[in-house]
Design a protein around this ligand. Structure first.
Ligand code: UD9
Length: 366
């Protein structure tokens, strides 16, 4: 794993595998987002066993991929795992799948089959996940739609399993903790909107467009407070601070740890985000989502009415969110109900499937 979302989604899988008598699990952190991954793993009581140090200032995606391959290969030669797992669509996942291929180690892909159908969007993630799927021996699809995408690409059906998304396992476990911290202080009766923005395509003019919509909503609705845990990327902060920093009911805060994120999700009335994970998490806690992207690889959320795709244009966001805030219906016209991403038992299913793939499942009986 290399980034914060990989940590949150793999933590339940690591825990489930570690409970199997047949499994010896090594956790490898590639260091892609080292500062964000370590605290996330700590929440789940996980410490990486192996670590790479691949980040260099200003390096290109090609350099990062090359450095990952060079770092992974000797580790795979030494550890010689029976199975290698990675989650999602980062450069770490692409390089892990390729390194496994070169060493002829079976690769299992968690969160398999998400697609926009556009290689350029999101960039480079669509390429990363399509390529990882070509290599994978085992595909753990979060939804029936994701499975269909893989079958359309010619992946044999017996290799594709709908497990749900382990983000559900992580969220439901953490949100149920008795020591969940408080969310963010807000005026009595205020409606809180949780905002996060971090995707490559939402920088520069796109980010400005989103911030102008937030500023206009702030001025239009006096009972609304925004809480924005900011991604550490300085390029994002340089745009956000001048546009939103002085507004009294827009709270720009540092990135929060996962229990605090669960508390903010519980507290909020609405989520505005370009995050994949938050799109999946918000409906699980009954919160509507406006997706600040032109396309989503999670169409089931939009089709079932849990989320609306609103892009980054100021007027579209302003109109969409204003309609929601003035809609008298409960939930503002958004759907509420069972999440399309499962019941919080994805990790157990993934561990079971790894066991049967390796032919050791009999050892887990009882
Ligand atoms: C194209 C795309 O959609 N790709 C996604 C992308 O990940 P992402 O967009 O989901 O990433 P983030 O938004 O960073 O968040 C992730 C987690 O961090 C929590 N969080 C957030 C802010 C904070 O202050 N404190 C927190 O605790 C938050 O609740 C959530 O669980 O790559 C993943 C890896 O392959 C993919 O799986 C995933 O499809």
């Amino acid at each position: 794993m290399g980034t914060r979302p990989e940590a949150v989604k793999m933590a339940p899988v690591i825990t489930a595998l570690r409970q199997r008598p047949w499994a010896r699990v090594s956790v490898l952190s590639t260091g892609q987002h080292r500062d964000m991954i370590a605290p996330m793993l700590e929440i789940f009581g996980i410490t990486p066993d192996l670590a790479l140090d691949v980040m260099r200032p200003g390096q290109s995606l090609a350099e990062l991929t090359a450095r990952l391959l060079q770092g992974l290969d000797p580790l795979l030669a030494r550890e010689a795992p029976a199975l290698l797992l990675a989650q999602g669509d980062t450069t770490t996942v692409l390089a892990t799948a390729m390194a496994a291929f070169y060493r002829r180690i079976p690769f299992g892909h968690v969160e398999a089959g998400l697609r926009t159908g556009d290689m350029a969007y999101p960039f480079p993630e669509e390429f990363n996940r399509v390529t990882a799927a070509r290599i994978a021996a085992l595909h753990f699809a979060p939804s029936a739609g994701a499975r269909e995408n893989l079958l359309r690409e010619g992946i044999p059906p017996d290799r594709v399993h709908v497990t749900g998304n382990p983000v559900m396992d992580a969220l439901l476990q953490v949100a149920a903790r008795p020591d969940l911290p408080p969310g963010h202080p807000a005026a009595p009766g205020a409606r809180m909107i949780l905002l996060t923005i971090h995707r490559r395509e939402n920088t520069g003019a796109a980010l400005e467009g989103i911030c102008r919509a937030v500023a206009a909503l702030h001025d239009r609705f006096g009972d609304v407070e925004f809480v924005y845990p900011m991604h550490p990327n300085p390029a994002l902060r340089a745009v956000v601070r001048p546009l939103l920093g002085a507004l009294p009911r827009v709270h720009l805060i540092e990135a929060v740890d996962y229990p605090r994120m669960a508390a903010l999700l519980r507290q909020c009335s609405l989520v505005l985000t370009d995050s994949g994970g938050l799109q999946e998490e918000a409906p699980a806690l009954g919160k509507p989502v406006f997706v600040l992207r032109a396309e989503t690889e999670r169409p089931e959320l939009v089709e079932a009415g849990f989320a609306r795709l609103v892009g980054h244009a100021t007027q579209a966001i302003l109109d969409g969110v204003s309609d929601f805030l003035t809609d008298p219906r409960p939930g503002g016209g958004f759907a509420r109900g069972a999440s399309p991403y499962g019941d919080g038992q994805a990790a157990t299913r993934i561990a079971d499937l790894c066991g049967s793939f390796l032919g050791v499942e009999a050892c887990t009986a009882g």
